[in-house]
Design a protein around this ligand. Sequence first.
Ligand code: ATP
Length: 240
Amino acid sequence: MSEQPTLEINALSAGYGRFDVVRDVALSVGKGEAVALLGPNGAGKTTVLRAIMGLVKQRRGLIRIGGTDVSALPTHRIARGLAAIAPEGRRLFLDQSVEDNLLLGALHLRHDKIRTQTLLASVYDLFPVLKAYRQRLSSFLSGGEQQMVAIGRMLMSDPEIMLLDEPSVALSPVAVDIVVKAMLELRKRGASLLLVEQRTDVATRVCDRLYVMTHGEIVDEMKPETIRSGGMSILNKYLG
Ligand code: ATP
């Protein structure tokens, strides 16, 4: 029997108000796998991530993380080591220090100081610049450094699945490269990633598989090799 996926979504429909924004979504992320969700603006990619975190009510379907059905769990339970998100726009507390922002990711571990310190050390190992700036107010960081804090905060909850929402957006080419290398390093450490991206080059560098989403539905699944060997034109049609 094959190993159970870290994240398994089946027949998911979710949305806002009376409308379903995503319909009948099925996807999986295996243990140690990195999977991208590509699609144009408004396709529903962020809504899938928000549904996984319990931030958008799912109307139908099933979401399992590490075999646990999280469909009916509140966000604070899901955030306790099951899933964590580095959201679009990073959502840091800009008037707080780098370290305080990072520690917010490990709130549920506050009674376990040793584990918190170990996680903090692993974040500083991944992003040494954050260690140097740990007492600095987050508002003084560059966009790329703020993205590192958002990724670090996600790591601090030591989740089974890490969700990254467009980590490359509005960054300089150098900063994009740093973020890509960080995601590759997370992969080396065995992390399971679901990456929402609009940049195909970033997704193909980091991921094993790519789902394409348009108008709230998953319309295709591709491998980076397929895209490199001529599949780009198919992808461009989807992405407009
Ligand atoms: P983007 O790259 O622009 O973030 P996306 O693929 O992540 O796009 P979503 O953010 O999931 O798309 O949005 C999908 C649809 O849901 C859009 O039409 C959007 O306007 C709508 N939507 C998103 N958030 C809300 C909300 N809080 N209330 C109502 N509609 C929303």
